[in-house]
Design a binder for this molecule. Structure first.
Ligand code: NAP
Length: 434
């Protein structure tokens, strides 16, 4: 919407697309089609991509502000919310973010090597990420083989002993954060059986009568699944000994329990809760009763968290966002933010896209309103490139990425996959130097 604007994109990794590449589940390729739109934008003459540049380390936000008329921070949520309970750091406990990064080829998570030698896994949280992980743990390997899941995680999943996955939420069925499409996918996963307790849903059919349609349909699907007779379901299950998954409600994690030798997880103590209030705002309050659930693998899927990137940028540590108004960073003219670092780690790609349009609108208004002084040209990448060179940083261009992309697609082709991701940063850079 501005005929002359030039946009440079800086990215920490050599490869672009962030959560679309490293967050979206490998068995959801259609969600990744948005990459085509991003690629179209990146190929514009007025847009340039500089990967392998860590803002806040290789170049400061202040230096970027010197070089550009406007700087937009849209670096998402790199951290994980923590439970803050004893035992959280025991071996066998992983954050959802690290686990997802592991199977999706995020370089920093390649050493995770999760121990999948137990039969029962517990996922804490009732969001879509929790369902993604449950599905990856229980999916037939033949499904995953055709996806862009990394070879290394496929090999680990092939040896996995996990056959039972519980998903525990601190609130009730009316407060689950996952959506119906993802739940339906889980219910229909071949070779698996859902285990839902009908008693958890007593009276809920009436309670959701007037609820918004998505919540009503989601609850009805859970009720239908819970009431389905095991025999009917068994007939639909293909494998002789099915893998199982189930939802546990009103259970808040209190402590991760260690094995007798204290080296790893053997279970989780859950505090039973009652709900105070109703609907989305209902609060989980401990009843005083507890329950222990035996499991050898715990995945904490209670949400992502944005982190501060540069001490010069205001940051609201309580809410994990950059304080802003319509994307304008408070007290920092010329600095903007967008996406999860602006609104918090919720929403799908389209919500993040709409949110970025709102921030772009603010930039355009500030240009038109004279808040941004564009009378004097700025150095742009000419200036930043010199800084990076002096610090020994080698930026990766979009055409460089297209070479990495082609190499990944070629490697995948040999194995019948859409791509085999390169998971090592040095290997990506070496490929470009040849
Ligand atoms: P989320 O949707 O916010 O879910 C987080 C879950 O963790 C909630 O059930 C929440 O329960 C629970 N939780 C938070 N703090 C807790 C605590 N201290 N103790 C126990 N439970 C706690 O987050 P997410 O699953 O990470 O997903 C992030 C966003 O990405 C979401 O908007 C999601 O829809 C989206 N996403 C979409 C897809 C897809 O479309 N297929 C896939 C993945 C992610 P309370 O409700 O009680 O707080």
């Amino acid at each position: 919407h501005h005929d002359l604007a030039q946009v440079d994109i800086y990215e920490k990794l050599p490869v672009p697309f962030g959560l679309v590449r490293f967050g979206v589940a490998p068995d959801h390729p259609e969600v990744k089609n948005v990459i085509n739109t991003f690629t179209h934008t990146a190929r514009s003459d007025r847009c340039a991509y500089y990967g392998n540049v860590t803002v806040g380390r290789d170049v400061t936000v202040g230096e970027l502000q010197q070089a550009y008329h406007a700087v937009v921070l849209s670096y998402g949520a790199e951290g994980s919310r923590v439970l803050g309970i004893p035992g959280e750091n025991l071996s066998g406990v992983y954050s959802a973010r690290a686990f997802v990064g592991w199977y999706n080829g995020l370089p920093e998570n390649q050493d995770l090597k999760p121990d999948l030698s137990c039969e029962t896994a517990l996922i804490l949280g009732h969001g879509n990420v929790a369902l993604d992980i449950a599905r990856i743990l229980l999916s037939p390997l033949d499904f995953l083989r055709k996806t862009d899941i990394t070879d290394c995680s496929l090999a680990a999943l092939a040896c996995s002993k996990v056959k039972r996955v519980w998903l525990a939420g601190r609130r009730g069925p009316l407060q689950v954060a996952f959506t119906i499409k993802e739940l339906r996918e889980m219910i229909n996963l071949p070779g698996t059986q859902p285990v839902l307790n009908p008693a958890d849903f007593t009276g809920l059919e009436n309670a959701v009568k007037d609820a918004p349609r998505p919540r009503k349909r989601l609850t009805e699907l859970m009720i239908k699944t819970a009431l389905e007779k095991p025999r009917e379901r068994a007939a639909m299950v293909q494998a002789a000994v099915p893998r199982q998954w189930g939802l546990k409600f009103q259970r808040s994690p209190q402590e991760v329990l260690p094995t007798a030798d204290g080296t790893r997880v053997r279970g989780v103590r859950l505090a039973l809760t009652r709900l105070e209030g109703s609907g989305d705002s209902a609060k989980a309050v401990p009843t005083g009763e507890v329950e222990e659930l035996e499991c050898g693998l715990v995945l904490s899927s209670i949400g992502y968290q944005s982190l501060p990137l540069d001490p010069a940028v205001p940051f609201d540590t309580q809410h994990g966002v950059i304080p802003n108004s319509s994307g304008r960073v408070k007290g920092a003219p010329g600095l903007y933010c967008s996406g999860w670092v602006k609104r918090g780690p919720v929403g799908v790609i389209v919500s993040t896209m709409n949110d970025s349009f709102d921030t772009a609108q603010s930039v355009l208004e500030d240009l038109q309103g004279g808040v941004l002084d564009v009378s004097v040209p700025r150095g742009g990448f000419g200036a930043v490139g010199s800084i990076l060179r002096s610090r020994g940083v080698r930026p990766v261009s979009f055409s460089d990425w297209e070479r990495i992309d082609a190499a990944e697609v070629a490697r995948g082709k040999a194995a019948g996959k859409p791509r085999e991701k390169i998971v090592d940063l040095q290997e990506m850079l070496q490929l470009l130097d040849h």
